[in-house]
Design a protein around this ligand. Structure first.
Ligand code: FPP
Length: 252
């Protein structure tokens, strides 16, 4: 639990990028046009995050449930991701962005898996912004995998079950070593977490923006950061003197 009051700019922002399909459908375009425009929003958001001094940005690019989409949409999304890596890695690297991938990335096949690993290695010493891309990611699967790793260590005798606590469990998640998100943003007006960072977002502020993801930009991110700064995060503790509990007024 933090002892210092948290800074006004969130250190870690996680975003559920939603609404690409609706953006395209409203314009009579194929869904892939929305995803393509969504990549532009990714670019804008990374630039804006850097300008605000955000240190960690996690983007939910492909959920474990997205495999249920028609094969051509999965192919389009995979192509876009690959294209993004090829066209933007140099620029990201020069801007000081360190790339991390979480999720079952091997499901995209050995070629993309290798490219992702190379991109992580190439940017490993960058420190300006940590960009975490969640790919084939689902929080429940992540938590189950952590439990499995812990159980295997316990069975092998390398981990004492009595020593398992929140910190040691956290260290077995895909996000081990990363700070928890302070702020989770979801676009397109939907108000769900959809199996995203369920463990890590336990104390995150949630902001739901009506903008469809392809329309999201610097102003939306600035608005979310300003809203975050207005909220008082208590981590389950008592309110501070600056925001006292309102007195109970008896209804007479
Ligand atoms: C949700 O919109 C968005 C996705 C499933 C994919 C997000 C992917 C990108 C923005 C492009 C690739 C990402 C990177 C990091 C380069 P939806 O299709 O569910 O929209 P809908 O709810 O309106 O149908």
């Amino acid at each position: 639990m933090p002892r210092q009051p948290p800074p006004l700019t969130p250190r870690h922002i996680a975003i559920i990028m939603d609404g690409n399909g609706r953006w395209a459908t409203r314009r009579g375009l194929p869904r892939v046009a929305g995803h393509r425009e969504g990549v532009r929003a990714v670019r804008r958001t990374i630039e804006a995050a850097i300008e605000h001094g955000v240190r960690w940005l996690t983007l939910f690019a492909f959920s474990s449930e997205n495999w249920r989409r028609p094969a051509d949409e999965v192919t389009d999304l995979t192509f876009l991701l690959r294209h993004y890596l090829h066209s933007e890695l140099k620029e990201l690297d020069e801007a000081g962005v360190r790339l991390h991938i979480i999720g079952e990335r091997d499901r995209f096949g050995p070629a993309l898996d290798r490219e992702l690993a190379d991109a992580e290695a190439r940017t490993a010493t960058n420190e300006r912004l940590n960009l975490v891309i969640a790919l084939s990611y689902g929080a429940r699967a992540e938590i189950a995998a952590a439990a499995r790793r812990i159980a295997l260590k316990a069975r092998a005798g390398t981990l004492d079950p009595a020593s398992i606590d929140e910190d040691s469990f956290t260290a077995h998640l895909a996000t081990a070593g990363m700070p928890d998100p302070d702020l989770v943003i979801r676009t397109s007006g939907e108000q769900r977490l959809s199996n995203f960072l369920l463990w890590q977002a336990a104390y995150a502020e949630l902001i739901f923006d009506d903008a469809l993801w392809p329309d999201f930009g610097a102003a939306n991110l600035a608005g979310a950061i300003a809203e975050y700064a207005r909220r008082e995060r208590r981590f389950g503790a008592r309110p501070t003197a600056s925001a006292p509990v309102p007195p109970i007024v008896s209804a007479q």
